[in-house]
Design a protein around this ligand. Structure first.
Ligand code: AMP
Ligand code: TRP
Length: 328
């Protein structure tokens, strides 16, 4: 099994990224060959301030390590440091069709209300397919919102193999059962997101304890006072229960048993403490990494070399199969 995944350096990482994606990365790293990428080229599909992009790229890389990704096991690197991502994206973009790219939910959402958007935003799934296929990856841990992009990656891999001969394994999405879709604290019908306007809708991994407590105190709940997991009837409380279970390691049923019909007050207060306790070691390691920036730089430099070495043979093979002349 070879694993690839990536997170965009846009805004601050939140509990959804941690519980939906990074938690699976750390589970997989001791069992499989893993590559974890900061996908800066994806961030450029919408306008970015250069200084903010630079800072966010380093921050996501540092949070990977702070959340427990071990660069001695996994390859941790920045997408734009391996030029083959962009090259393969062009080649695969010539196999993807405007019809299938136009059907992507994320594209429709991000382009809604705009008369015209960047070509990059439209072509984004071809770049994501390139990220994954460049390393002949077989498993891709992501949150539920990336399912459709993964399907398209599989279609592109199959299409390439059918036209030019067996080249890419067809990768599987690797989506957790709980945590794959952490919802907004302000609207349980929306997923927790870096880009939502209201910062109270998400707990960021670097939020200080006072902010975490305030956000959880203000989180919307459902009518009634019973702490029960029922996504249909009690979507807000169910989301809080799932977050509680994931950060504390206790099963949802045990939490239901403890808080039952005791009302939401004590439940929320304890949840806030559980989240604070979960974030504390992550924030401590993050501060250590900030204090010694050379370490992170060395990790990313080494990651770029290791990733590049894995990408080269794929690119040689792909170029030859497509009929491009070998490089002199
Ligand atoms: P993004 O924040 O869009 O760069 O997503 C990075 C990773 O986190 C992807 O694997 C997403 O599927 C995952 N992710 C983002 N938001 C959530 C969420 N609210 N719940 C679960 N996973 C999420
Ligand atoms: N599109 C993903 C997101 O927005 C990020 C991403 C880019 C990715 N390339 C990837 C995820 C390759 C997994 C594999 O969350």
């Amino acid at each position: 099994m070879r694993v690839f995944s990536g997170i965009q350096p846009t805004g601050s990482l939140h509990l959804g990224n941690d519980l939906g994606a990074i938690r699976q990365f750390t589970d997989l790293q001791s069992r499989a060959e893993c590559l974890f990428c900061v996908v800066d080229l994806h961030a450029l599909t919408v306008p970015q301030d250069p200084a903010a992009l630079r800072a966010a790229t380093l921050q996501v890389a540092a949070l990977y390590l702070a959340c427990g990704i071990d660069p001695r096991q996994a390859v941790v690197f920045v997408q734009s440091h391996v030029a083959a991502h962009a090259e393969l994206a062009w080649l695969l973009g010539c196999l993807a069709t405007t019809g299938e790219l136009g059907r992507m939910t994320q594209f429709k959402e991000k382009s809604r209300g705009h008369e015209s958007v960047s070509l990059g935003l439209f072509a984004y799934p071809a770049l994501m397919a390139a990220d994954i296929l460049l390393y002949r990856s077989t498993a891709v841990p992501v949150g539920d919102d990336q399912r459709q992009h993964l399907e398209l990656t599989r279609d592109i891999a199959q299409r390439f193999n059918a036209r030019f001969g067996e080249t890419f394994p067809v990768p599987d999405a690797f989506i957790g059962k709980v945590g794959a879709r952490v919802m907004s604290l302000q609207d349980p019908a929306e997923k927790m997101s870096k880009s939502a306007a209201d910062p109270a809708s998400r707990v960021e991994l670097l939020d200080p304890p006072a902010a975490v407590r305030a956000k959880i105190r203000r989180a919307v709940t459902d009518s009634g006072r019973e702490v029960r997991h029922d996504r249909e009837a009690k979507p807000a409380v169910s989301n809080l229960l799932e977050i509680f279970a994931l950060v504390s390691g206790e099963p949802v049923a045990a939490l239901e048993g403890r808080y039952g019909d005791g009302g939401y007050g004590r439940f929320k207060a304890d949840l806030a403490e559980a989240v604070v306790a979960h974030l504390e070691p992550i924030q401590g390691r993050y501060r250590d990494l900030q204090a010694a920036p050379d370490h992170l730089e060395a990790v990313l430099a080494d990651g770029a070399v290791r990733a590049g070495a894995l990408a080269d043979p794929t690119m040689r093979d792909v170029r030859a199969r497509l009929g491009l002349l070998p490089r002199p």
